[in-house]
Design a protein around this ligand. Structure first.
Ligand code: GLC
Ligand code: MG
Length: 427
């Protein structure tokens, strides 16, 4: 949370399943479009928060399967667990705050008496979240009876129904909206209130997010009826809430445009970067752009032209070096030869490349050190490399204005696949 020096330009708080992640899109295209937009224009000055119903274990399972970015804050188990940074440091203060009028044993004991409630798997049960499945037509009555029953024990609980099937029992103080309000209060205490906040969701457990004062909200096009109805009945700030016409992450990008919250054209949607205006060129955008070219070249989606390779020879300083994760040093010129020969080597495969955690440090007036994770998904295999590059704008005649002068990569923990077909000189 302390990653930024000042206040965030934009705080995005997004649900994961069927909001950031479209489980009906095996290519993950809208998620990858969002990733490119975020890393090129927002990572440096904004904050990304994932707020999910998933438990930490189930969130990790999703992360392995889908090309999710690393958020600044992760709120899990329907607003009952808050964790900071990539090392996911838990907020113990929040968890003890939730103990008021909560007794897990009483909740499990009493809910067991409702035959309509089927317990969810153990992986989804958490200290401040007891979860079930219940059929839609029985849900209302069960919620009412259960609330009355637990009240008799002096408990104050919140019962949340999502996706026409999942029922969560939480402490009254918990929930996605309460957790966000708590985060915003923390920012305020530090004098770092974000300029804008956008909450994004699709189902019942997201409803609370839309009640937090002064936030913009997007219900993605595929949002559940239960959320749409809830918002039309309860939301006081309806002019700040939009129902996108696009699904999942594409709906989030759309809402950034609807509310004029900042750049809303993903670099993934740009075919010809030469047409880009100067103001969008920044070191973060430069690395996003390069790896998009790299992906398209290897997928055989761009025209196989000498022009492309000649441009790369201008872009990469002829005396520059690439240090491969194995420690081997290769002159840039040789890397480009290999890339030139790799045209279409991923044709027809599920090959995608994205960058995560882009951080930019200006080290003198025309030189930047850019650090990021470069990730590759090939079918089910994933490989990530922590990458550092040195960029200079000394050669302003270059398209985009930057020249690459040095690049160094190391394996991100556990990411080395030891694939036989690795080409060590491909960056
Ligand atoms: C996620 C969780 C589940 C919860 C549901 C609704 O799917 O895994 O436990 O009931 O969200 O909040
Ligand atoms: Mg969802």
């Amino acid at each position: 949370m302390d990653r930024l020096d000042g206040a965030a330009r934009l705080l995005i708080v997004s649900d994961l399943d069927f909001t950031m992640v479209d489980h009906l899109d095996p290519e993950n295209l809208s998620l990858l479009r969002f990733n490119a937009l975020w890393e090129a224009f927002y990572r440096d000055n904004s904050l990304l928060v994932f707020s999910t119903g998933r438990s930490p274990t189930s969130y990790k399972q999703l992360k392995i399967k889908k090309p999710l970015l690393t958020p600044d804050v992760t709120i899990m188990s329907v607003g009952t667990e808050i964790m900071y940074g990539e090392s996911m440091v838990p907020d113990a203060e929040w968890e003890s705050y939730l103990n008021q009028k909560w007794n897990r044993d009483v909740v499990t004991g009493e809910t067991a008496k409702f035959p309509e409630l089927t317990p969810q798997p153990e992986i989804d049960q958490r200290p401040h979240k007891v979860s079930f499945y219940v059929e839609k037509d029985k849900a209302m009555k069960v919620m009412k009876d259960l609330a009355e029953c637990l009240e008799k024990y002096g408990l104050d609980v919140k019962i949340v129904y999502s996706s026409g099937i999942a029922l969560d029992v939480l402490p009254q103080r918990a929930g996605k909206g309460q957790a966000l309000a708590y985060l915003l209060k923390k920012f305020e205490a530090k004098g770092r209130v974000p300029s804008n906040t956008l909450v994004c969701g699709d189902s019942g457990n997201d409803a609370e997010l839309f009640t937090v004062p002064a936030v913009h909200g997007v219900m993605v096009s595929n949002a559940q009826e239960e959320l749409l109805e809830w918002c039309s009945e309860n939301a006081r700030n309806s002019h700040q809430i939009t129902h996108a016409t696009e699904r999942c992450a594409a709906g989030i990008i759309q809402a950034i445009g609807t509310f004029s919250l900042g750049p809303n054209v993903s670099p993934r949607d740009i075919q010809d970067f030469l047409k880009c205006t100067d103001e969008i060129c920044n070191p973060g955008h430069e690395v996003v752009k390069f790896y998009l070219y790299y992906e398209r070249w290897r997928r055989g989606e761009v025209e196989r032209s000498d022009h492309f390779i000649n441009n790369l020879r201008l872009l990469f300083n002829s005396l520059g070096t690439f240090v491969h994760p194995s420690g081997i040093e290769i002159p840039f010129s040789q890397c480009i030869d290999v890339l030139a020969n790799s045209y279409g080597d991923q044709l027809g495969k599920q090959f995608r490349v994205w960058v995560d955690r882009v951080s930019v440090a200006q080290i003198c007036s025309d030189t930047w050190l850019v650090k990021f994770d470069k990730c590759e998904l090939c079918g089910k295999d994933r490989e990530c490399r922590v990458t550092t590059v040195l960029l200079t704008s000394r050669h302003a005649e270059l398209p985009g204005g930057f020249m690459w002068i040095y690049m160094h990569q190391t394996w991100l923990d556990g990411s080395f696949l030891g694939r036989e077909d690795q080409r060590p000189w491909l960056f």
